[in-house]
Design a protein around this ligand. Structure first.
Ligand code: ADP
Ligand code: MG
Length: 256
């Protein structure tokens, strides 16, 4: 049965999408069956997985509104080696349309249950907000992966997310836990980053992943080619770090 993970952080630009597509590609590379779900109306994870968000017949929007199943709406990305349940601007409307329906925060969970035996991992790229869309992600998941930059306000920003996760855990999804904090865009030459990294480990212990993702321009260039860095340039330092992270995740789920 698939293990389902949300990649979440309510801040924008912290590396959620980069983490989602590169972890998906890394997991595929080490032989895992992966479904990537884009829950952000910007559709960056969709485009970054080689799927044109403007040309999709069906998307995660149709799944949330129960007009399509995951099996119908997901597409195989041949270049990336995983399935993509894509998103585009249409998804922004789902927030409003779901207001009226019952169990609206459990739509994705129900839909994913039908395909759980077809994957080892489902990775959900969340939007930069604690919205109904993110709530659908958190209700579906076994765990949350939190990418973060080792900057001064990083810990402060975590409080809201940690509180939301606690509430979802208590009221909606008792499986939910923070799997780990992933240090991304890391530059060891910057003393402050090293200090924040040490603080994170002191505070959160083994909730901090061993793998560190370096700042690497190849990871930033890859989306303009419609590919995760892991596929675009496998030899880049950032890509190798994401493959190592995929291996770390495979080990972690053995203990779950
Ligand atoms: P989010 O999804 O949280 O908004 P993104 O994954 O889109 O964040 O990342 C924000 C920007 O930072 C993007 O331009 C991305 O290419 C760049 N980026 C992310 N991770 C790295 C990295 N490790 N090295 C260099 N650039 C990165
Ligand atoms: Mg994003």
């Amino acid at each position: 049965m698939a293990k389902i993970f949300c990649v979440a952080n309510q801040k924008g630009g912290v590396g959620k999408t980069t983490t989602t597509v590169n972890l998906a590609a890394g997991l595929a590379k080490v032989g895992q069956r992966v479904l990537m779900v884009d829950l952000d109306p910007q559709g960056n994870a969709t485009m970054g997985s080689g799927v044109d968000k403007r040309a999709m017949a069906l998307s995660v929007y149709d799944v949330l509104l129960e007009s399509a199943s995951v099996a119908e709406a997901a597409q195989w990305s041949d270049k990336c080696g995983y399935h993509v349940l894509g998103a585009n601007r249409e998804l922004a409307g789902a927030e409003v349309e779901l207001v009226e329906v019952e169990r609206r925060e459990r739509r994705l969970k129900q839909a994913l249950a039908e395909v759980a035996d077809q994957y080892d991992f489902v990775l959900i790229d969340c939007p930069p907000s604690l919205s109904m869309l993110t709530l659908n992600g958190l209700c579906s998941a076994h765990g949350v992966i939190v990418p973060m930059q080792c900057e001064y306000f990083a810990l402060e920003g975590l409080t809201d997310l940690v509180n939301t996760i606690k509430q979802v855990h208590a009221n909606l999804n008792k499986d939910l836990q923070i799997i780990g904090l992933l240090r991304v865009m890391f530059d060891p030459r910057i003393t402050l980053q090293q200090q924040v990294s040490d603080q994170l480990k002191a505070h959160f212990g083994d909730k901090v992943f061993d793998t560190v993702i370096p700042r690497n321009v190849r990871l930033a260039e890859a989306p303009s080619y419609g590919l995760p860095g892991v596929v675009f340039d496998p030899s880049a330092r950032g890509s190798q770090a994401f493959v190592a992270f995929a291996e770390e995740m495979v080990e972690r789920i053995k203990k779950m």
